[in-house]
Design a protein. Structure first.
Length: 288
């Protein structure tokens, strides 16, 4: 299965979370993840022109529309995704929103405020959550709000971790009005310049991420907690990553990106499994 190979090679935190799923749902999530990985790679491929990448994303949009319409998709990943789309009734508008989020990276290198950034976070992260919970299965519609909140929390954590990498691509996701408020110029970030002012800017963004983790924690219905075990593991991993960023006062301009090591991830998987096995009533993230 081509999608499973892509998922294994990625070594991502999302792929890690699949370990807690039954085999059929794990394969379905691998197919969904492979689609997300492929379109994200197109977006970030700086060796191709923006025009070329737009054309490639348009081809992905056309092909996944075929898959959703029951027609024959051309791309291998979409052929493997099609049975998942059919079984879990994944709608094309959700894939379209995700692709619109990818396209925002061509058009928007700066965000004026958090309201603008919120749309980006919804498209590239919350939409993936909304698709994922259809595969996980849920009974209470409040799970959709949970997926939106958790997706935004994870994406803001990603943004804080990847400030240096994104600056290398000319992108600054932290909003310009927040930069101005904290006395940080865009050029300082592009130069990878760490200051106390940047630490305060990042801490403010982390506060927003924490709020979304807490909203997700409060919103997840008790009857669906078991089904959301993979999402909950993601919440735990990224919550721990946010804590690690806080501990280093958001100095993300060093030679290596901030990550959790294998032992930390293994402990988090074990903790998520214990929560599942013993029916813990609350998630192990988002604690004030």
């Amino acid at each position: 299965m081509h999608s499973r190979v892509i998922t294994r090679k990625s070594a991502s935190n999302l792929a890690l979370a699949f370990l807690l799923l039954p085999r059929a749902k794990r394969d379905a999530m691998s197919a969904l993840y492979a689609f997300c990985r492929e379109v994200d790679d197109v977006t970030d491929n700086e060796s191709a022109s923006a025009e070329k990448r737009r054309e490639q994303l348009a081809a992905w949009r056309t092909d996944v529309r075929r898959a959703c319409a029951g027609e024959a998709p051309q791309f291998t990943v979409n052929r493997e995704l099609q049975p998942v789309i059919r079984e879990y009734r994944l709608p094309f508008p959700m894939f379209d929103e995700l692709l619109k989020g990818c396209e925002m990276d061509f058009d928007t290198k700066r965000y004026e405020n958090f309201e603008q950034l919120d749309l980006y976070c919804y498209r590239v992260a919350s939409v993936v959550g909304l698709l994922s919970i259809e595969i996980f299965g849920y009974r209470n519609p409040a799970c959709r709000d949970y997926a939106v909140f958790l997706g935004k929390a994870l994406q803001l954590t990603n943004i804080l971790r990847d400030v240096k990498t994104d600056a290398g691509r000319g992108r600054i996701y932290l909003p310009l009005d927040e930069l101005k408020k904290h006395g940080v110029s865009p050029d300082e970030i592009l130069r990878h310049e760490y200051t106390e002012r940047f630490a305060q800017l990042a801490a403010a963004a982390a506060g927003r991420a924490k709020d979304f983790y807490q909203r997700a924690r409060r919103t997840l219905p008790a009857e669906d907690r078991h089904a959301m075990v993979a999402a909950e593991l993601m919440g735990s991993v990224y919550w721990r990553l946010l804590q690690k960023l806080e501990q280093q006062r958001f100095n993300v301009f060093g030679p290596e990106p901030t990550r959790l090591n294998r032992v930390q991830k293994t402990l988090l998987i074990f903790g998520a499994w214990l929560h599942l096995a013993f029916g813990a009533a609350t998630p192990n993230y988002g604690v004030p």
